[in-house]
Design a protein around this ligand. Structure first.
Ligand SMILES: [Zn+2]
Length: 270
């Protein structure tokens, strides 16, 4: 039999097997990535009344999907700070979504030290990330982009090497080629940072619109400013930052607060 047909039979059998076992594979993969996420950020669950508090904010934000809530471990606290919470989508090899439940990790001081207003702001903000599945495809897209870029440069090099002038000065062009390759690698990283700043603005805006949690947001910004010694403005016009600057966020919170007050006043007078 033709070799081609043998390969085709094997590939068909392999794909059929995957299809038949898809539920089993899905369960295995989701439990694997969930385990990994907990090993990385924390395995301990939180008290029932605290969990209910978070779930009631989730309901207020129209988030109905199940969320696994865990306490941050020591390493996560070092990265995210003592007064924080963050949403996380477990991914296979850190870039492939396999449909596992989203996580919410809360810090040591979240319930103990943050005021109810700060908790409302932060959980509302994280719920927008969960509801809109922010960053779930980011690493996958980044990896595909890098692969595409690599293939493009490989192809490009083959084409330019055919040119007689380039062939003659091949050493100079090799240096230019390598330099341009590394410069092009920074583009997806800058785009990814711009996207991260964008989703932070979206999460701030949508959660405050819904919950009127501006006061909690302003207070929490002050807390983070002290804890992380954050400057008011990000360096290099935000270009290398994954969050909008403190000053920008505060200004946005104050604007939303004033707008909400204006609307209340209008209703009072009519
Ligand atoms: Zn966020």
């Amino acid at each position: 039999m033709n070799k081609k047909y043998i390969y085709l039979i094997f590939v068909t059998m392999f794909l059929s097997l995957i299809y038949l076992q898809k539920n089993y594979l899905h369960d295995k993969l989701t439990s694997y990535v969930s385990e990994k996420a907990q090993q990385r950020f924390g395995t301990k669950s939180i008290a029932k009344d605290q969990e209910n508090k978070i779930k009631s904010i989730a309901r207020a934000m129209n988030v109905s999907e199940p969320i696994v809530i865990r306490k941050m471990n020591h390493n996560a606290l070092i990265t995210f700070g003592y007064y924080n919470a963050f949403a996380h989508f477990p991914l296979l090899f850190d870039f492939i979504p396999v449909g596992s439940k989203p996580f919410l990790f809360v810090s040591e001081g979240f319930f103990e030290d943050l005021s109810p207003k700060e908790q409302l702001f932060l959980i509302g903000h994280e719920m927008v990330h969960i509801k809109e599945k922010h960053t779930i495809y980011l690493n996958l897209l980044l990896n595909l982009f890098f692969l595409g870029l690599f293939l493009f440069w490989l192809f490009f090099k083959k084409i330019i090497n055919k040119n007689a002038f380039i062939k003659k000065h091949s050493s100079v062009f090799s240096v230019i080629y390598i330099l341009l390759f590394f410069i092009s690698l920074t583009v997806p990283n800058l785009v990814s940072l711009a996207y991260k700043r964008h989703i932070e603005r979206v999460a701030d805006y949508k959660s405050i619109e819904k919950l009127k949690s501006y006061d909690g947001g302003i207070k929490l910004l002050e807390r983070w400013k002290k804890e992380f010694r954050l400057p008011d403005y990000n360096p290099h016009y935000d270009l290398f930052s994954d969050h909008p600057s403190n000053a920008e966020r505060k200004q946005c919170f104050l604007k939303l607060k004033n707008r909400s007050k204006e609307i209340d006043e209008k209703y009072k007078t009519t």
